[in-house]
Design a protein around this ligand. Structure first.
Ligand code: PS7
Ligand code: MN
Ligand code: MN
Ligand code: MN
Ligand code: MN
Ligand code: MN
Length: 343
């Protein structure tokens, strides 16, 4: 860790950890617990992407301003003075004080800088593809989730390998790393249905919701409850297909701090999917897992066998709740069996 001549953490690094705590409920603790060089590298990676996502999410920035900003965002990492003061988003502080993040980015070893900059460039360009239209096909759903989360998984895996805390194989297998990110992102998109629709943002794929309603927002109407639940369940089934690859990825990890960092969000995601399955509350409000439940899971994931046991439990809960009249009941049963077989 870079220290000043009094042997203390530099003020900009301290500030970065304050921003991490301010902007992330779910990642702050696991990032701070990372070993060695990964701690700062991943803290800065998080803040850079949080800043980029704040631009993507800000509906008050017109697209003709937003598109070049997203495309060129990675160049800001080379400009110690760049900042942005016109965001209305809750995490706008990371844009307003971006120079503090840039200062610590530039203090990272060059390999870490290269990974972060490369992912930031690819994500910013990818985000522009879906700015002015919803997600159509399932192929496009996978594509959007690749840009905003699969790339994070790929970048993180390269950082793990670069640190030597994990083997080169972890950073080379982009398919498994991508699917780790997709599992988190699909869960986030499924859970955030109402919040996103109310903000005019549509991330559920039309190929699926089009079978159940005329407009995505219609699924929130009480008259469409049954159709909406069928749609919800179909998307959860799609996300559950990723479980075997997530288990395969986590099986390869050796470092305990990296393992915890990867596994805790994954078990939170499966618990969230279980909570959301066939649950009308997704369409009318916010569905969150109970705090006590979350804490229990975070303590229980010390190795891959325990992660498998938790994933097995939530999958079997979903399997037991498949409605007889669900149009995808058969497919959901099949996907659950595959997940149960590897856990
Ligand atoms: C660098 C830790 C571990 C192989 C800001 C972690 C938003 C779900 O916007 O904040 O509130 O709805 O609830 C995280 C794979 C990315 C994917 C993506 C970067 C796992 C910008 C997380 C976090 C790969 C785009 C946060 C994908 O959810 O979203 C670092 C391995 C950022 C990971 C966004 C979403 C993350 C997300 P919101 P949340
Ligand atoms: Mn976003
Ligand atoms: Mn966001
Ligand atoms: Mn969301
Ligand atoms: Mn969030
Ligand atoms: Mn089993």
């Amino acid at each position: 860790m870079p220290r000043n001549n009094q042997g203390e953490l530099s003020p900009t690094l301290k500030q970065c950890y304050k921003y991490l705590k301010l902007t992330s409920r779910s990642f702050a603790a696991v990032i701070q617990a990372l070993d060695g060089e990964l701690r700062n590298a991943i803290c800065i990676f998080y803040l850079v992407l949080r800043a980029l996502d704040t631009v993507e999410d800000d509906m008050t920035i017109p697209n003709d301003v937003k598109i070049p900003m997203l495309r060129h965002f990675h160049l800001n990492l080379q400009d110690t003075h760049w900042s942005f003061h016109d965001s209305k988003e809750k995490d706008k502080i990371v844009l307003e004080d971006f120079p503090t993040i840039t200062a610590e980015f530039q203090a990272l070893a060059p390999v870490y800088q290269e990974v972060i900059s490369d992912i930031c460039c690819k994500m910013g360009n990818g985000m522009t593809v879906f700015l002015d239209r919803g997600v159509g096909s399932l192929h496009e759903w996978n594509e959007y989730c690749h840009y905003v989360a699969g790339l994070v998984g790929i970048g993180l895996s390269r950082l793990f390998s670069a640190s030597k805390l994990e083997s080169p194989e972890v950073g080379r297998d982009e398919r498994l790393a991508n699917n780790m990110g997709l599992f988190l992102q699909k869960t986030n998109i499924i859970r955030d249905y109402l919040e996103d629709v109310l903000q005019g943002r549509e991330f559920w794929p039309k190929e699926v919701w089009g079978k159940y309603g005329r407009k995505l927002g219609d699924l929130a109407e009480p008259d469409n409850r049954q159709q909406a639940l069928h749609c919800l369940n179909e998307l959860i089934t799609n996300a559950l297909e990723l479980v075997p690859d997530c288990i395969a990825y986590m099986t390869r990890l050796h470092n305990q701090s990296v393992f915890n960092f990867c596994a805790i969000p994954q078990v939170m995601a499966i618990a969230t999917l279980e909570r959301c399955y066939n649950n009308p509350a997704v369409l009318t409000g916010v569905v969150k897992i109970r705090k006590g439940e979350a804490v229990k899971m975070m303590m229980g994931v010390s190795n891959v066998e325990k992660v498998k046991a938790i994933m097995h439990y939530f999958t079997s809960q979903i399997e037991s709740r498949i409605p007889k009249d669900d149009p995808n009941a058969e497919r959901t049963r099949e996907v659950c069996s595959k997940a149960l077989a590897c856990t």
